[in-house]
Design a protein around this ligand. Sequence first.
Ligand code: PSV
Ligand code: MN
Ligand code: MN
Length: 426
Amino acid sequence: MKIEKEQILVENQQQTTFHNESFDFLGSSLDKRGVDVEEVVQRLADFQVAIPSWALGAGGTRFGRFSFYGEPATLEQKIDDVGVLHALTGTAGAISLHIPWDIPEDYKAIRERAASHGLIFDAVNSNTFQDQKDAKESYRYGSLSNRNEAVREQAIQHNLDVIKIGEKLGSKSLTVWLADGSNFPGQDNFQTALLNTEDSLKKIYAGLPEDWKLFIEYKPYEPNFYSTVIQDWGTSFLLANACGEKAYTLVDLGHHLPNTNIEQIVSTLMVKGKLGGFHFNDSKYGDDDSTTGSVKPYALFLIFNELVYGMQHNPQNPYPAWMIDASHNIKDPLEDLIQSLEAIQEAYAKALLVDQEQLKVAQQQNDVVQCQEILQNAYRTDVRPLLERARLQMGSALHPLMTYRSLQVRDNLIKERGRHTVATGL
Ligand code: PSV
Ligand code: MN
Ligand code: MN
């Protein structure tokens, strides 16, 4: 299934008049506020978010999994699905693979397929949280932190193999998320587990190509419920520092205890030049992996406000690698991702509207009320016409979800792939 530009154009034509009216209205009021509207639209068009291969099928819970009809069963089909998203939104220009779920058979063909959709390969993800078929050692009691050297070596080698696969695809980064931890007090020696992890990560880092980055993801709990070795940004930060300048912390929005001030973490990491990657999702309770912006859109805006500030003021921090890390178990996964992409762009656009100069003045005057007004003035602006304009400029859909439905994408995928497909992955 491939969406042609012409199909989108036809859909857009029916909605252009209404779009032009709302864009002109918003544009003139932003103009009066001193906003460079063209620049905001351009930044939105430039903002690309990677889609992980595991988000394209319906996720499961530990109680079961209800598959969604027409899910991709192969790597080729996963790439095609991201192609659909990118054609509609203009924002999903990269795919992130998880190894060994997504090992290509024919690298050239896979690269060409991705390129035909305008996609590049983002970070490759290793997997040492599951035992693979025929593996010699088990990760039951941890991988990079394991007290048994043979297990650690197997996990290190796996990461080095993942780098090799990524190199053949044109990826430039490796993301390591570890499930390592313990379920009961006394089960593990915290210090040994941490030092083993540091040592293992350094060995992986040593195998990193010159122009690659290593992203170290943290998470407070789950699947282990007493302790996690890389539990928070501080632990990730110290491990990244121990590895070297190509190692960075990766923030996943769902990997924090309730009420954590994520925007402050973002700001601390950026000022220290160590925010490498970012996973979007939303949650009510834990690592829920819900649609981005579906539960706490204001929190997402505050995070983006710090990201925008950091991108403008912290040249010491590289441009972060953006990815959606959500996987829902009841929605059509593609519709879910379209909603996430829209919410991300919306939060970004609103953050771009924050009057940083005025905010600085209000902060200097300790005008707390005015500080809040400035932030909320940006947040309360309906920025959707800006997103539409960016998509229009890119030849993408003015209204991606509407177009997805009117082109009957899911029905076509079912016709092509059948109703019951089994994807590799979570
Ligand atoms: C597990 O929590 C997780 O969702 C992490 O966020 C990783 O990024 C992802 O799985 C893939 O390994
Ligand atoms: Mn993640
Ligand atoms: Mn997660």
